[in-house]
Ligand binder design. Structure first.
Ligand SMILES: Cc1cc2nc3c(=O)[nH]c(=O)nc-3n(C[C@H](O)[C@H](O)[C@H](O)COP(=O)(O)OP(=O)(O)OC[C@H]3O[C@@H](n4cnc5c(N)ncnc54)[C@H](O)[C@@H]3O)c2cc1C
Length: 484
């Protein structure tokens, strides 16, 4: 049998594309190297607790009945997911915390505008004009080239500190570029975080992944966990424990994919969510060109994240902020630090500080701290197990100090039940992303095309990031390259 499409990876982009293709009766095979879907945003169990591996918050909150043009409404419609199944719960409120200023924002844009007016009264008119400009900017234009957001903000805003404060959350939640970002990406992130805001699925990430699997099955798909001698491939299937080892290209055209287990699957097209340079490394050696794009450089921005499970919610200690984006120095540096991890800036998140309703899955009491990391330093540490473990312990201690300082709560370490810390190496091990670069390559393939005419990219390296963004990427790439 020849598939219409083989999808590499069942992260959020691959799953959204698979659901879409299944709805339209395509012969699609999704291959996921893990036994669980979700990729960067999945979950695991620790001491009997369900821990979400990625979810701080979904961006693009839309209330029930909100305009159909909003990204979340579009996403739900395209995947035929009823609003009540996702049931997004809004955030309490978030902060941008710099030494000389704090800005507060929520899912009501007026709160950010008020906060800017109070702290930057001389800049509020320019800020409101900038907001209008960003609001009408088409960040989704797939033919647009890279434009430095830093240069656009310098032209339109007059306060350096305000510029850095606006960049901090948007870079931390979606820039693969050192100290800058593509203005199209800036516009998408600005609208999704400052204008629409943060939310969580009522059932957490597991519920969202379960919904995607269910929608795939309702579209005629079958879900299998691959056993070593199992070579059955359904006409429409999601196969777990199934790594794609090579994408076989002859004469500049993909003909098939070879799986780690040795089977060869013939296909008309391949849609890869593995990343541009990672996909390039899968191209069969027999193809002379090998290159999928001129700019498939691996990303260099990695993170260390510590999850600290606490004996009581942070809200019980008077800290009910959902997310704080912080920076300690005069300059905000969004680049790999010299040392393995830097506490100069970062993100502190309490996934239990949302507006939950009765019956929701409320995450176990916890605080999460994300800081910039140096992937090279962690690769070197990895060579010696005890050095690596010591560095992780040191990073965890730093994270707990950051959590105490940002939440202005003393003795947070006394309430810690357990911690988990992941490094760029953990991300690479889990997803094969080079350098553990969560946001992938700095240059994206916005239209999903590669140099190989029937090989397409979706997800992170297409350029739509985060949970909502990667699902929209899967949908739009499926629509554009497989359903048009
Ligand atoms: C710690 C952390 C916290 C985050 N928090 C948030 C958040 O709060 N909100 C938010 O919006 N975003 C968050 N993100 C970002 C978000 O998770 C990602 O942008 C999004 O999930 C990317 O989805 P994707 O489909 O592009 O890629 P991935 O999730 O990387 O999916 C790619 C999939 O491909 C599989 N794969 C790779 N190579 C192969 C192969 N050869 N064969 C078979 N399978 C393969 C991988 O196993 C993986 O499942 C976070 C990320 C991390 C790491």
């Amino acid at each position: 049998m020849k598939y219409d499409c083989v999808i590499i990876g069942a992260g959020l982009s691959g799953m959204a594309a698979a659901v879409r293709l299944a709805h339209f009766g395509k012969k699609v095979l999704v291959c996921e190297r893990h036994s669980r879907i979700g990729g960067l945003n999945s979950y695991y169990s620790r001491r009997g607790e369900l821990i979400e591996s990625g979810l701080h918050a979904m961006t693009n909150f839309a209330a029930k009945g909100a305009p159909k043009s909003l990204p979340l409404s579009k996403l739900l419609r395209q995947l035929r997911i009823p609003y009540g199944d996702l049931a997004p719960r809004g955030q309490n409120g978030s902060k941008i915390d710099f030494p000389d200023a704090v800005l507060e924002f929520s899912n009501d844009f007026a709160e950010l505008a008020d906060s800017v007016a109070k702290r930057f009264p001389h800049s509020i008119d320019k800020f409101l004009a900038f907001d209008e400009f960003v609001g009408s900017y088409d960040g989704l234009n797939v033919t647009a080239g890279y434009v430095s957001a830093r240069s656009v903000l310098k032209e339109r805003l007059d306060d350096e500190l305000l510029i850095e404060m606006l960049f901090c959350p948007l870079m931390y939640y979606g820039s693969a570029v050192v100290d800058d970002m593509d203005f199209a990406q800036f516009a998408i992130m600005y609208k999704s975080i400052f204008r629409e805001g943060f939310c969580r699925p009522a059932g957490g990430i597991k519920a969202l992944l379960d919904i995607l699997e269910r929608r795939f099955v309702e579209g005629g798909g079958e879900i299998l966990e691959k056993e070593p001698r199992d070579s059955r491939f359904p006409e429409r299937g999601l196969v777990k424990n199934c790594r794609v080892a090579t994408v076989n290209v002859e004469g500049g055209v993909v003909s098939s994919a070879t799986l780690e287990s040795g089977e060869i699957v013939e296909t008309e097209k391949v849609l890869s969510s593995a990343g541009l340079p990672e996909t390039e490394s899968l191209i069969s050696a027999s193809d002379a060109s090998k290159s999928v794009a001129d700019t498939a450089e691996p990303g260099v921005l990695g993170f260390v994240e510590t999850v600290a499970k606490l004996d009581a919610p942070m809200s019980a200690r008077g800290y009910d902020t959902t997310i704080t984006f912080f920076n300690n120095s005069a300059e905000f540096a969004y680049r790999p630090p010299e040392e393995p991890v830097s506490a100069e800036s970062g993100v502190v998140c309490c996934p239990d500080n949302f507006r939950f309703e009765a019956g929701d899955f409320v995450p176990t009491p916890q605080i999460r701290v994300t800081m910039l990391a140096n992937p090279d330093a962690w690769n070197t540490l990895r060579e010696n197990r005890s050095d690596y473990e010591s560095a992780k312990i040191a990073a965890t201690e730093t994270a707990l100090k950051v959590a105490a300082r940002i939440s202005r709560t003393a003795n947070i370490a006394d309430s810690v039940v357990f911690t988990d810390t992941f490094t760029p190496n953990t991300i690479t091990r889990h997803t094969e992303r080079i350098n553990g670069a969560v946001y992938g390559s700095p240059m994206k393939s916005k239209d999903g095309r590669t140099k190989i005419k029937n090989l397409f990219i979706c997800g992170t390296d297409q350029g739509f990031l985060g949970i909502t963004g990667s699902m929209l990427s899967g949908i739009s790439m499926a629509n554009m390259h497989l359903l048009a």
